[in-house]
Design a protein around this ligand. Structure first.
Ligand code: KIV
Ligand code: ZN
Length: 388
């Protein structure tokens, strides 16, 4: 088993399935180039058979982005798969991603197919895809709500046909971390040829557990690919967020023992680009990329961080592309943070008494005004000088 975790970004495919998040070809190309700079291993550029527009997006990304594998989604039929292969023709490294639902609910109500028919279609589609591309992913849609015996049968057969990645999606975000991890572990243990494929997780965030479930799929289940999106964009409540899963793997390498290729310095830029392109605002308290993710407001925290950043920071703002962490001055701030800001603003005070007086005025102001800007502090200090 490799100790590298493959990062598969689906911002341009599953992310675009967010209602209101559709992107133009130029926008997708710009994002794909940034994902390449981020050193994403696999970029799912779209679903070639879904529209001519999506086909063209994949084609232009495959022609322009050379350092990441470019992937196109396909239903499990020859027409979709051939269309993906055509769109990917110029890629340096291409992957065809074939999906077919395997849960009783989806097979009976949506596909109106028997399990045997689904089995046969899965096998024949992978046989067809394998003749067009050496890198084939098979996803059992609604995999987590599928019967494990049936999944074992399907996965064993598609691996025999040449599928190189096996994905177990939690399509509706129903999983619980430990149970999802055990589910994948159990499949891998039962399937005789399971080590011939890389196992992958694809989790939706309907119960807010997409990142936790993905990490459990990795740690407990032994998955070595995580499917994710920038800012957790995606169908309904979204997908596992790339920035969170990557920083969890990096920050807790002591626990996961895995490496990722991602150049984390570009994370904030990618988050901003996706947010600006889609119009989906990132909440301020969003982990890693929210405006407050590295901001300290309380006096005790500010004092701690000014003495030693590790007191309240488990990762560095600069490592994910922020210019620096932030000490936010307000009514909860302490004297130490205030004094530090005066120094940064080039204000020299002659005595501790003068600083104390300015600090008292600052606290009075902060009780009346929620946002204190540097200009407020400068005004307050010049008043202080004027009145002394
Ligand atoms: O959520 C899902 O099951 C998917 C598949 C197509 C992988 O997006
Ligand atoms: Zn999905």
């Amino acid at each position: 088993m490799t100790d590298k975790l493959i990062i598969f970004d689906t911002t341009l495919r599953d992310g675009e399935q967010s209602p209101g998040a559709s992107m133009t070809k130029d926008e997708k190309l710009r994002i794909a180039r940034l994902l390449e700079r981020l050193k994403v291993d696999v970029i799912e550029a779209g679903f070639a058979a879904s529209s001519n527009g999506d086909f063209e997006c994949i084609r232009s990304i495959a022609g322009a982005v050379k350092d990441s594998t470019i992937c196109s989604l396909s239903r499990a039929n020859d027409r979709d798969i051939a269309r993906s292969a055509e769109a990917l023709a110029d890629a340096n490294s291409a992957r065809i991603h074939v999906f077919l639902a395997t849960s009783p609910l989806h097979m009976e109500k949506k596909l109106r197919m028997t399990p045997d028919q689904v089995f046969d279609q899965a096998v024949s589609s992978i046989r067809f895809a394998r003749n067009l591309c050496g890198d084939i992913e098979f996803s059992a849609e609604d995999g987590y709500r599928s019967d494990p015996d049936f999944l074992c049968r399907v996965f064993e057969a598609v691996i025999k046909e040449g599928a190189t990645t096996i994905n177990v999606p939690d399509t509706v975000g129903y999983a619980i971390p430990e149970l999802y991890g055990e589910f994948i572990k159990n499949l891998r243990e039962r399937i005789p040829n399971s080590d011939k494929a890389i196992w992958s997780v694809h989790c939706h965030n309907d119960l807010g557990m997409a990142v936790a479930n993905s990490l459990a799929g990795v740690k407990i289940g032994g998955a070595r690919q995580v499917e994710c999106t920038i800012n957790g964009l995606g169908e309904r409540a979204g997908n596992c967020s790339l920035e969170e899963v990557v920083m969890a793997i990096k920050t807790r390498k002591d626990y996961f023992g895995l490496d990722v290729n991602i150049d984390t310095q570009h994370i904030v830029a990618a988050s901003r680009m996706v947010s600006q392109t889609t119009g989906f605002v990132v909440q301020p308290n969003k982990a890693v990329v929210g405006a407050n993710a590295f901001a300290h407001a309380s006096g005790i925290h500010q004092d701690g961080v000014l003495k030693a950043r590790d007191t309240y920071e488990i990762m560095r703002a600069e490592d994910v592309g922020w210019a620096a962490n932030k000490i936010v001055l307000g009514k909860l701030s302490g004297r130490n943070a205030f004094k530090q800001r005066l120094q940064e603003l080039g204000v020299e005070m002659e005595s501790e008494g003068e600083i104390n007086a300015a600090f008292t005025r600052f606290k009075e102001l902060a009780d009346r005004k929620s946002d204190i800007f540097d200009e407020d502090i400068l005004a307050l200090v010049s008043d202080e000088h004027a009145s002394s």
